[in-house]
Design a protein around this ligand. Sequence first.
Ligand code: ADP
Ligand code: MG
Length: 750
Amino acid sequence: MSHHLDDPVTCLPGVGPKLAGRLAEAFGIRTLRGLLEHYPRRYHDAGAVLDLGEVEEGTPATLLGEVLDWSTRRIPPKGARSRPLDLAEGRIRQASGAVFTVTFFNQRWRPATLPPGTVAAFSGTVKRFRRDLQLTSPDVQTLGTVAAGADAASAAQRLDHQRLLAVYPAVEGLPSFKLNELVAAALEVLAEVDDWLPERLRRDQGLRDLDGALRAIHAPADHADRHTARRRLAFDELFSLQLGLQWRRARLEADTVGLDNGPVEGGWAERFRAELPFPLTGAQTRALATIGTDLGGTRPMHRLLQGDVGSGKTVVAVWAMLSAVDRGRQAALMVPTEVLAEQHHRTLTELLAPLGVNVLDGLRVAALTSSTPVRERRRILSELLTGELDLIVGTHALLEEGVRFADLGVVVIDEQHRFGVSQRVRLKEKAGSSDAVAGAVGEKGGGISAGGGVSPGAATAPDVLVMTATPIPRSLALTLYGDLDVTVLDELPPGREPITTQLITPREAHRRSRLEAFIRTEVAQGRRAYVVCPFVEESDALPGKGAVEEHRRLAREVFGDLEVALVHGRLSAADKDAAMTAFRTGAAQVLVSTTVIEVGVDVPEATIMVIEDAERFGLSQLHQLRGRVGRGGGRSFCVLFAGWSAELSEEAGERLTAVAGTTDGFELAEADLRLRGSGQLFGSAQSGLPDLTLARIQEDIDLVAATRRLATELVAEDADLSSSRHRSLRDEVLRRYAGGLEAFAALETG
Ligand code: ADP
Ligand code: MG
C-alpha cells in the first residue's frame, strides 16, 4: 500500500525485466499509471456466478474455477455418424473445493488454451452426468492463472464476486487475463491517489474522486459504478486538454499586442457593406459585429468562422480584410489550391468593383500562386513590401522566402484544415518587416513551461480569421480548435434552390441514359452540369473513373452536340483557367473534373452535379461538391453513382445514404464523426492531438463544453495558473503534456 502512480511496473510482485519489457513494447506501459490507464476495452458480464451447491440442473449458469486436469479421448464412428468424435473433458475446482466437469467436442485445441492452473468462468447449461455436475461446450472467459504455489482458492475468490470483468486490449503473449492480474496487483499496492481536482470543482461537476474512479474503472461493482468512473476519467482527459489550450493561448496573448483594426467610419469596410447587391443575412450581420469587436480589441483576434457551404463566409472575410486597409494596413487571404486562389481573386475583384479596384485611388488587389509569372511575382513582392498592395490572395506561395509585408493587419485562412501548422505560423511571422514582429507569434509562446510570465517587449500580432469550407461538429470545434473563438453562420442567404440528391447503383443502369437526356434538357434551358471523377486517369491500381477518359467519352459519344470542358490538377494553370472560364461563361455546358472544383467554385447556372464512383469520396467532400450547385440557377440535382467500379462497402453505403438524406452540413458533419470516429478525424487533421482514451467527444459533448468553459474561466482569472490554488491543475497539465507540448503547438490554429 505504499506505491505511487509513477513507480515502475517492476515494483509489482512477479514483474521482472522481461515482463516489464513486454508491457513497454506492446502498450508503452512502464509505470503503474501506464498500467492503470490501459483501460478496459469492454466488460464481460458474467451474470450471477454460482456455487455448485446453488446450481439447479437444466438452467443456465456461470461457474468459476481452476482447471485441474484434462482427459481426452476419441469416440469411434457409430451409426449414422461417419466420423470419430474428439472429446476433451476438464475437471474444474471451485473456490469452495467442489469439482465439476466441462466437456468439449471436436475442439482438440481446448486443453492447450486452458492448461491446469488456469482460472476461468464457464457459462452454459448445467447437467448431471452420473454423479458429476457437467457443462457441455460452455462459453469460456479466461480470468487468470494460479501462479505456481499460489492459493487457488484466493485467486478464484478475487474474481468470484466480480460480476463485471474488465476485458483489456491484449496482444499475443499478454492476454487480457494477464492484464487483469497485473492491474489487480497494482491496485493492491497503490497508495491512495491524490486528486488533482479541487474538491469544490468536483462537487460542482458531480464528479467522483480520482482514487475511487481509477479503481472502479478496472473492477466496477456494477454498471453505475463503471459509468461514474468513466465519466470522471473522461472529464480529466478533456479538462486537462482544455486547460492546456487556454493556458497556452493566454501566454501567446501575453506576449503580443493586438492591432487596432476596427472598422473606421466612412471607410472601405463600411462602403463595401453599403454597396453589396444583397442585404446581409442575420447571421452575417452578427458575425460582422463580433469580428468588428475582435478587430478593434487589444488582443489579437483568433476566430474560427464556421458556416455551411454557401452561407456567405467570403463576404464576412472581405469585410474584415477591408477593416485592416481602413487602418492603413494590408490583408492576406490564404487558400489551399490555385483554382481557389483564382476564384477568390475574381470574387474579390467583383465584390470590390463598386469601390474601385486597381484604379487610381482604388483598392490594390493581387493574387500570388506558384504559377504567377516571374516578372509579375517580382512586382507583387515589391508592392507588398512598400505597402502599395492592399489585399493579396494566394496559396502556399505566400509563405515563400522573400514575401514580406509592409504592415499586415488581417490574415484570413480559408480551408484551414488543409494547411500544416508550420505554414500557418509562417504567414503570421510575415506580419511586418520590422524584426520585432517576426517570429513573435509563432515561436516565442511555443510551449508552456513552468515559470516565465508576460515578456516585457510584447510584439504586435495580426488578427487572424480562420474559415472552414465545411462545417465541423461543435464537439470537434471545441476540442480541435479549442483555442479559437467560434462564430457560426447558421443561416443561408435567401433564394437558395433546393437540391435533390439521388443515389444510382448498377442495378438501375437505365437511369444513366435517362440522366444524360436530362442534362441535355437542362442545358437547353441555359443550365450547366458538373461531372466529377475520382481520378485524373484510370489505372489498374485503384478502380474508378478517370476524368480524362470520361471527358473523352462524354465529348465524343454522349454530348457530341455540346461543349464539354475538362479540368484537373495536372493541367497547366492556363489550361485550368481556360476550362473554368469556358464553363463560367457558358461556352462549355458540361465540365468534367476531379475534385479541384471541390471548394469555392461559384457558377450559379450550374444545376447538376454528377459524381462518379461517389464511394471514393469522403462525406464532407461530397457535401462540398454538392454545394457547387443550388446557387441560384434553379432547382438543382446531385447524382451519386456508387458501386459501379467496385462493390460498395457497408460504411460507404451509410455515408452515401447520409449525404442523400440531408443537405444540412452540420448534420452531416455529426454523421461523419459518428461513422469515422474522432480518432480518425483528429488523425486526418494531423493535429497531433493528445490522446483522448476514454473521452468520446461526440457522446461527451456536455463534458467538452463544460471543461472548455471551466478552463476559460480559470485562465481568465489566473492567466498563468500560478496561484497556489491552481498548483495541482498546473502540475497535471504539465505532467500530461510535458515533452509533448507539440500537441498544443499543433492545435494552435490561430
Ligand atoms: P461560402 O460560405 O460557401 O464560402 P460564399 O461566400 O462563396 O459561401 O457565398 C456563396 C454565394 O452566396 C456567393 O455567390 C455570394 O455572393 C452569395 N451571398 C453571400 N451572402 C449573401 C447574402 N446575404 N444574400 C445573398 N447572397 C449572398
Ligand atoms: Mg468560401
